[in-house]
Each structure stands twice: as structure tokens, then as C-alpha cells.
Write a protein that binds this ligand. Structure first.
Ligand code: ARG
Length: 460
């Protein structure tokens, strides 16, 4: 196969050897080969429909591209750095294989609209795979929420015990975060789904092309409306990276809770051995490596978002070589995100709750103090006074090392005569969660309804 540069006509000196390697992208953009071939087949089909190529030329091109696709899939394709990128490698191989017709494929096209199309096609497929993995994780959370709808743990603010909540409710909070992430990915996919083909280098082409045809053929909603914009903006990649960064941020928050909960000090959950590792020196250790690593990877994905924003910032219209730098951060963002989602979706069904430890922790931290204040309000005490009364009762308990429910009725009445013996039902953990019985609240019955609504939403 000739490694003559397709753009070599106006050059009299060869490219500097280091510059050749420095400017090449084939080592990483070969990942776009399938999309590149798909785009070329659509382009050649359109050219033949418009009588720019003959039927015979079109058929030779398609057969040649398909054969090259098979060679690439089998790992037998001789990628050449001299041919710079995936586009010129495939085009040169096509011409080597089929001769003259191969040289006609690039009619009415440029690598600029070609690469913009390839990246969009590739990213669209990846977003769909990410969404499927995200759904798998959401389903795992719904199952866990259902299993643990009645399990009570302390809810925290400032990581200090606040009020009792149900574990199912906590899982549903995670579900909601991921539901917004799913929506962001869907929005991004819709905005991205326009076809750059036909924009050519920047201004369009002098050939009578049919841009609607190629757009439709490749599953795009429409051709991009402006050729300069089509070849130059990578906002779709940035928008995806922003959605990915938010999703990783959510996974990182979940990771942090899993790390805390699985510690000996909390002991709220047990992670399966399959998702933990040991220490080479401390025999007792079982480390929550998977959530830790996902938490760590979030930083890397945030970094890619900054990288892409900075890459695009200040670029004049239209295409600039800077844009070749979009691929590695984008590919790595997808890889890290897909890996993190997969490992989470596999790990969540294996989480075991230690209801006893959660209960003990909830009992320890005066988690029902607000319930006592609310009780006093229902007995006619203004909320601010009730808050003061309960604060004093809590201080007494702290002094004596006991919980509110362990104070006698006389002692409680010493703080406020409005307290009667019916108070104790409100001081239990079960009473506390059951009382928060409204849309979005932590009562087990509400959690079960939330789960049912969520299932209907994601199965719709
Ligand atoms: N490898 C290039 C990229 O990734 C393809 C487009 C090159 N276009 C050009 N005019 N040099 O952006």
C-alpha cells in the first residue's frame, strides 16, 4: 500500500520525521474506524444517487470498505503513522485495493466534515451503551430499596445524626440523581444528532450533494444547518463530558457513603469480597477498593471536561488542528464512565445491610429529638419553645449517657407539662419514619410508592 500523503501535491520536501509522529492521530483515532467506514459508505451511496459516481464505482467502494472493515476487526490492518489518521489510512487502503474508484470517494467531502461525523456517530453509540448500563444500576438500586424499605438508619446532616430515615429512602435518593443524569445524556444526544457531512472543509461543496440523504442514512435527525459550525464546534463533546462529570460526581458521592458505611466504625453494610481487596501487610484488612477507585476516577473525568473546554476556547472558525486533541479525553471519559457504571451495577446487588448496626447508631444520636419537638407543637407549645425544651432534655441525656426514650415520664414532664404518656410512641425509630408520610418522605409506605413510580418511569 502506498504511504504517499494524499495532500502531498504542493510539497517539495518530506515531513520532518518527528513532526510526522507528533501530528499523527492514528494511534488513537483508529478507534473511529467503524464509524469512518459507515460514513464513507453513506457518502458514496449519496454520490451515486446524485450521479457524481457511477453505480459500478459505488459498488467497488462499498465492497472495498467492507473488506477493509473486516481486516480492521480481525486486527490485520497495517496502520501507518505516515498516513496520519484513521481517515487517510482507510482511504489509502481503499485505493490500493480497488484502484481509480477509490480516489473518487473524497469528492465533495473533507476530513473536516468526515471527522466531525465520525465522532458524533461514535459518541451517539457510546451514550446509548452508557444509558443502558445506567438503567442496570438504577434497577439494582430499586431492588435494594425494595428489600430494605423498612430498614432504619440514622440520616445525617453535617455527617452528624439528624433524623432516622429508611435505607430504601436513601437508595431512592441515589436513584433520583441518576435519573437526572440519564435525562442529561438524552438531551445531549438529541442536540448532537445532526449530520456534518456536506460541510466539506468549511464552506460546503460545489457538487450537487443531497445532505438530507446522508443524514437520514446515518440515523441523524437532520443535516447541520451551517457548514462553518458543523466542522468546527465540539460543544457536543463538551456537553457530554459535562453530563459525564456530573454522573461521576454522583458515583463519587455514593462511593464515599459506601466507604464510610463499610468501615468497622459504622458497620452499616458489608460489601461482597468480590469487590474488595486485602492488604499485603495487615491481615485483617478488607478494603473497599471499588468505590474508592470510582471516587478517584471522578477527578480524572472532571479534568477532561476542563481540558475540552480549554481546547475549544478562543478557536476561530472554522476547523483547527487543535480539535484533533478532542479524542483522547473524550475516549477516556467514556471508558472511565462505562467501567465505573459497570462495576457499580455489578456491586450494588451484592450489598448486604447490617440492620442491627444501623439501628444502634440511630438510637445513639438523639435521632428522634425533632419528633419530640413536633409532638410538643401538636400539644400547643410554639415550635421555638419546643426546640428549647427538647434541647434541654437532650443535654440531660448526654450527661447521663442515655437516649430520650429512656427518660421516665416524670423526668420528661419536668421539662414540659405538655408531655403525656403517649409521647413514647413518637420517640421510637419506627414511629419517627412512619410519621413522615407524604410525597417524597421517608415513611416505608412512601418509599414503596416511590419505587413503583420509578419502575413505571424507567420501563416506559
Ligand atoms: N485527524 C484530524 C482530527 O482529528 C482529522 C481532520 C484533519 N483535518 C485537517 N484539515 N487537517 O481532527
Amino acid at each position: 500500500m502506498s504511504t504517499k500523503k494524499p495532500w502531498g501535491g504542493r510539497f517539495s520536501q518530506p515531513t520532518d520525521a518527528f513532526v510526522e509522529a507528533f501530528t499523527a492521530s492514528v494511534d488513537f483515532d483508529q478507534r473511529l474506524a467503524r464509524q469512518d467506514i459507515r460514513g464513507s459508505i453513506a457518502h458514496a451511496t449519496m454520490l451515486a444517487r446524485q450521479n457524481i459516481l457511477t453505480e459500478a464505482e459505488k459498488q467497488q467502494i462499498i465492497d472495498g470498505l467492507e473488506a477493509i472493515g473486516r481486516e480492521i476487526a480481525a486486527g490485520d490492518f497495517p496502520w501507518s503513522v505516515t498516513l496520519e489518521d484513521v481517515h487517510m489510512n482507510i482511504e489509502a487502503a481503499l485505493t490500493a485495493r480497488i484502484g481509480e474508484a477509490g480516489k473518487k470517494l473524497h469528492t465533495g467531502r473533507s476530513r473536516n466534515d468526515q471527522v466531525a461525523t465520525d465522532v458524533r456517530l461514535w459518541l451517539r453509540g457510546e451514550i446509548e451503551a452508557i444509558q443502558a448500563e445506567l438503567r442496570r444500576l438504577q434497577r439494582a438500586l430499586l431492588d435494594l430499596a425494595e428489600r430494605e424499605a423498612d430498614t432504619i438508619l440514622p440520616g445525617f446532616t453535617h455527617l452528624q445524626t439528624a433524623q432516622p430515615v429508611t435505607f430504601g429512602h436513601h437508595m431512592m435518593a441515589w436513584f433520583e440523581m441518576l435519573e437526572r443524569d440519564h435525562g442529561r445524556l438524552a438531551d445531549c444526544k438529541t442536540r448532537m444528532n445532526q449530520c456534518p457531512l456536506g460541510a466539506a472543509a468549511l464552506a460546503g461543496t460545489t457538487f450537487p450533494i443531497d445532505r438530507d440523504f446522508t443524514a437520514r442514512e446515518l440515523g441523524f435527525d437532520a443535516p447541520c444547518a451551517n457548514s462553518l459550525d458543523a466542522v468546527s464546534d465540539r460543544d457536543f463533546a463538551i456537553e457530554f463530558s459535562a453530563a459525564a462529570a456530573l454522573l461521576m460526581m454522583h458515583l463519587s458521592r455514593m462511593s464515599e457513603e459506601l466507604v464510610i458505611w463499610s468501615s468497622a466504625q459504622f458497620g452499616f453494610i458489608t460489601l461482597s469480597d468480590a469487590f474488595c481487596t486485602g492488604s499485603s501487610i495487615m491481615p485483617q484488612k478488607k478494603n473497599p477498593d471499588v468505590p474508592e477507585l470510582v471516587r478517584g476516577k471522578s477527578g480524572r473525568v472532571f479534568g477532561h471536561l476542563m481540558g475540552l473546554l480549554t481546547l475549544m476556547k478562543s478557536q476561530p472558525l472554522a476547523y483547527n488542528k487543535d480539535n484533533q486533541e478532542d479524542k483522547e479525553p473524550l475516549f477516556d471519559t467514556v471508558d472511565q464512565l462505562r467501567g465505573s457504571l459497570k462495576v457499580f451495577a455489578d456491586m450494588v446487588p451484592e450489598i448486604r445491610c447490617n440492620a442491627g448496626a444501623m439501628r444502634q447508631a440511630a438510637l445513639k444520636g438523639f435521632a428522634t429529638a425533632t419528633d419530640l419537638a413536633d409532638y410538643l407543637v401538636r400539644k400547643g407549645v410554639p415550635f421555638r419553645d419546643a426546640h428549647e425544651v427538647v434541647g434541654k432534655a437532650v443535654a440531660r441525656c448526654v450527661e447521663r449517657g442515655i437516649d430520650l426514650a429512656e427518660l421516665s415520664l416524670e423526668e420528661l414532664r419536668g421539662f414540659s407539662p405538655a408531655i403525656d404518656e403517649d409521647v413514647f410512641q413518637y420517640l421510637t425509630l419506627e414511629g419517627s419514619v412512619a410519621a413522615r408520610d407524604h410525597f417524597g418522605g421517608t415513611a416505608p409506605s412512601q418509599v414503596r410508592q416511590a419505587i413503583a413510580r420509578a419502575r413505571a418511569r424507567i420501563d416506559a
